[in-house]
Design a protein around this ligand. Structure first.
Ligand code: ZN
Ligand code: ZN
Length: 238
């Protein structure tokens, strides 16, 4: 998967037309006049092109109407601003869960507020936490998510319990697969655990992809390959 020159979203080549037309930006939903789209009709505006990883995560999660957190995560992780590994995943996990959760609840105001707060909290979740502190911060991102939707504080009773329980479930699932670090694997495991947890503890059902397959293994030289639950071999690179 090398999207270095083509479309940021799907990697296909860009096509330049003679005429300009009005097109919606894939990430911010604003309309622009353009003569450049990829052959799959994707268009990304100049502003969204120049965002940092966290800004891109925030903008897309605020604007999307999708209710599947795995789908949102995959769309974001395909963008070259989101590196194969990196602390932006610590914000990505709570952001995609908050987006899906508040889209299901139809509450845009809360969604924006909570995503902003998640971004602030994620700044304290530094890179390398997994190996140096024994706490994968993508997993912590699910605890941040539950803390935000329950308005937990250090003094809360129920929200405190649920948030810590959530993180422990994600970390156990991450630990069971084993190292070395892979931000894609731990992100997908954490989101899947959070979806189960929401179902069991909040009665909230989110539809996520069955038989999830990783698209990023060729970019990860430490990929566990057959030992990773998401690994599959592409038969044809198109
Ligand atoms: Zn495209
Ligand atoms: Zn845009």
């Amino acid at each position: 998967m090398e999207y270095k020159s083509g479309c940021l979203i799907c990697g296909k080549e860009l096509a330049y037309q003679e005429d300009y037309e009005k097109v919606e930006c894939y990430y911010c939903n604003e309309t622009y006049d353009t003569n450049v789209k990829c052959i799959n009709d994707h268009f990304v505006c100049d502003r969204c092109h120049s965002l940092s990883a966290n800004e891109l995560i925030e903008r897309f999660c605020v604007n999307t109407k999708l209710e599947n957190p795995i789908e949102i995560a995959l769309i974001l992780m395909r963008n070259q601003k989101i590196k194969m590994h990196g602390p932006e995943h610590h914000f990505l996990v709570p952001a995609v869960l908050l987006a899906s959760y508040y889209n299901l609840k139809n509450d845009d105001k809360k969604k924006i507020e909570k995503i902003e707060e998640a971004e602030k909290r994620a700044k304290n979740l530094l890179g390398g936490f997994c190996g140096y502190y024994g706490t994968c911060a993508a997993g912590v991102g699910t605890g941040v998510f539950i803390s935000l939707i329950t308005d937990a504080t250090p003094l809360s009773k129920h929200g405190w319990k649920l948030s810590n329980m959530m993180t422990s479930k994600s970390l156990l699932s991450i630990a069971n697969v084993g190292g070395p670090r892979c931000c894609k694997r731990t992100t997908l495991l954490s989101i899947s655990e959070a979806v189960n947890f929401l179902n069991e503890n909040f009665g909230v059902g989110m539809n996520i992809n069955e038989n999830l397959k990783c698209e990023f293994s060729s970019l990860n030289k430490e990929c566990l390959r057959d030992e990773c639950p998401f690994y599959y071999q592409k038969s044809d690179k198109t």
